[in-house]
Structures are given as structure tokens and as C-alpha cells.
Ligand binder design. Sequence first.
Ligand code: 3PG
Length: 216
Amino acid sequence: MRSAGQKTEQLLPVMTGQPVIPVLKIDRLEDAVPLARALARGGLPAIEITLRTPVALDAIRAASDAVPEAIVGAGTILNPEQFSQAVAAGARFIVSPGLTPALIDAAAASPIPLLPGAITPGEIMAAGDAGYSLLKFFPAEQAGGAAFLKALSSPLAGVRFCPTGGIGAKNADDYLSLPNVICVGGSWIAPDALVAAGKWDEIEALAREAAGLTRA
Ligand code: 3PG
């Protein structure tokens, strides 16, 4: 297993640049560009387009090409093949719900940084051994929520998280106030119904509200 560390110099600016990273599931390719534009206008240029729909890679390509102000990342990356496909489509950062030896090798061979997921102390320590100290924490609410993350902050000091899963406008502050949380991720900024209806101004307003959240 190779490990060249996490490329934190590339990843940290993405995670510190905004308190919330929108997690997007794009069903219609034509939504990618106006959605990325609306989120950037609202103050959330970094977005994670998840590989959960057939058009996801094309959506990453379209948003990367047409929205220079956006920082387009790829999410739900489970294996090296998806890692390469997302990078080829223009993804500037890669997010995975977990971390495997195969993903560590793919990331080590790529100039593009990886934000991998870990939940348990053992998973977090194994990620640390592989050079990863910036981690996704997913599914946050279901795995124990802000109280769980807070309990990790003392024994596993030095690890910083982007929790996602079940986070919304109501509980984002619970996470953002923790010392070991840099940003949170979530789909609440781009609800399916607003995307389907092309209500880009409303999405921009949700983004602006999220962009105004404060961190510890
Ligand atoms: C993710 O992949 O990070 C989550 O699916 C986002 O979770 P949410 O839809 O509950 O915000």
C-alpha cells in the first residue's frame, strides 16, 4: 500500500473556504450548470456531485467547464475506477464514504486530493496511519451525531472532520461549533423539488443562508 499523504494544501482551502459543502445528486444533466452557478452566487462555490446517478460524470464535466467560479468535486467514490473517471471529468477533489487500500493507492497516484470517510476510532486511526487527517464523517446523524464527534475530539485531537448525512439548517450549528469540525456537507441546500422546478433563485437564497453559518 502506498501513501503520499493527503495533499492537505489543496484540500484544506476547499474545506475552510465555506462552512457548508452542498452534496448534489443530479438527475438531469441540464441542471448541473445552473445549479453550480446558483450555489456559487450564493457563496458556496465548492460542490460535491455524487456518483449516484447515470449523468453524474457528465454533470461534473459540464459544471467544471461552464462554471469557472465553481470548485467541482466528486462524491460517493467507492473504487479506483470511479476515482479516475471523476478526475478525467474534471473533479478537483474526491470524496468517499470510506477508505480502502485501493483508494489510498489511487489517491497516491493522482494529483487530486481525497477526502475519505471514517467513523470509528479504529477507522480514524487507520486513516491517520495512511496519512489522512481530514476526514468525512458519514452518516453523521445516524452514526452518533455531534455528541459522538465531540467525544472524539480529545483522544483523536488533530483529526478534523466534514460531517455529512442528516445535517440541515436546523442542526448544522451543532456540528460547526465543534473544535474538530471544519465544515459540514449536505443536500439540504439543493432540495430535489427546487432543482426539478429550476428554482435557482431559491437555491441561491438557501446557499447564502448556509454560507453565513459560523464555525468554532
Ligand atoms: C452524503 O453523501 O454526504 C450524504 O448523502 C448527504 O446526506 P444528506 O442528504 O442527509 O444531506
